[in-house]
Write a new protein. Structure first.
Length: 302
């Protein structure tokens, strides 16, 4: 192996809905984290791996740092804050703006005591004029002494090629943590559950998505060469009225979610998928330690 090989962990942090998962998926070259225009889409830490001749970057995509309103929210903030203590370099994603709110200031305060290199990524530059990007850079420079500032559009892939070389600059020399073919440490069942949740987020009304989780009840490949993968999953919601909306008139909404999820699952698994979905109500599950642990958000694993 190249003796100048570098390897380490890069945490992607920021407020909800700034494009963290979109950026990570773009850098990796395939979809691992689900994306949505609704905030707080990512709920737990997602680890993905980028390997090139110069080094290996393990990306830690975190939930958005926000003011928690329930136990699930507390879990998400703890995941994000714990990740900061386990990385070698931090990518802080923001939107191009000249107004810095309390949320951003809170993140700046947290970074102050870590003594780690921080790269500011100003995302969504395709939505503003060039002079607004320059004003935004000036604004953020006054908030924190960044090691690097890179303006990009993760959605359009603009200027994103600057990011990997910039991260490698700050990583220590060392061996690979994962073999070069590894892209994620996420189990397939977990990615499948997240894909179904994403398709639900895209299809449902604004007030419902925060209150849903997806549990994979069965995921098994039938024997044979071109075998079908059978997946049975339950969408959990908090209210009976939400259950009706998720199912839809004559099951139309659930069918739409299932059809969109099946398409993506078949691409991921490179196999035909027989997907069956159910909907269950678990009232106020986001405030139950037992239930949030049951749905894969275990505080003991932090």
């Amino acid at each position: 192996m190249n003796e100048n090989f570098k390897s380490g962990f890069a945490a992607i942090i920021g407020r909800p809905n700034v494009g963290k998962s979109t950026l990570m998926n773009h850098l990796i070259g395939q979809k691992i984290a689900i994306t949505s225009k609704k905030p707080q889409t990512t709920r737990s830490r997602i680890q993905t791996v980028y390997t090139c001749e110069e080094g290996q970057v393990i990306f830690l995509d975190t939930p958005g740092i926000h003011k928690a309103k329930n136990k699930l929210g507390e879990y998400m903030v703890q995941v994000a804050e714990r990740t900061l203590k386990e990385c070698d370099v931090i990518l802080w994603l923001v939107e191009p703006t000249t107004f810095i709110g309390a949320g951003e200031r809170h993140i700046g305060e947290q970074l102050g005591g870590l003594n780690l290199p921080v790269i500011l990524i100003i995302n969504k530059t395709d939505t503003v004029e060039k002079e607004d990007i320059l004003k935004s850079i000036d604004t953020y420079r006054k908030l924190y002494d960044f090691d690097e500032i890179i303006p990009v559009s993760a959605l359009r892939g603009q200027n994103t090629e600057e990011i990997i070389p910039c991260i490698l600059k700050y990583l220590p020399y060392g061996p690979m943590y994962y073999d070069e073919d590894t892209v994620t440490d996420q189990p397939q069942r977990q990615i499948a559950a997240e894909i179904i949740r994403e398709k639900s987020l895209h299809a449902l009304d604004a007030e419902i998505p925060h209150g849903i989780a997806v549990a994979i009840d069965k995921m098994k490949k039938r024997p044979g060469r071109n075998a079908i993968v059978d997946i049975e999953a339950t969408i959990i919601c908090e209210k009976d009225s939400h259950k009706g909306i998720i199912i839809g008139k004559q099951g139309a909404m659930l069918k739409k979610i299932g059809s969109n999820a099946r398409y993506e699952l078949e691409r991921m698994l490179e196999s035909k998928v027989n997907l069956k979905l159910w909907v269950k109500v678990k009232k106020d599950w986001r405030d139950s330690d037992f239930l949030i642990k049951n749905f894969g958000y275990d505080k003991k694993e932090l």
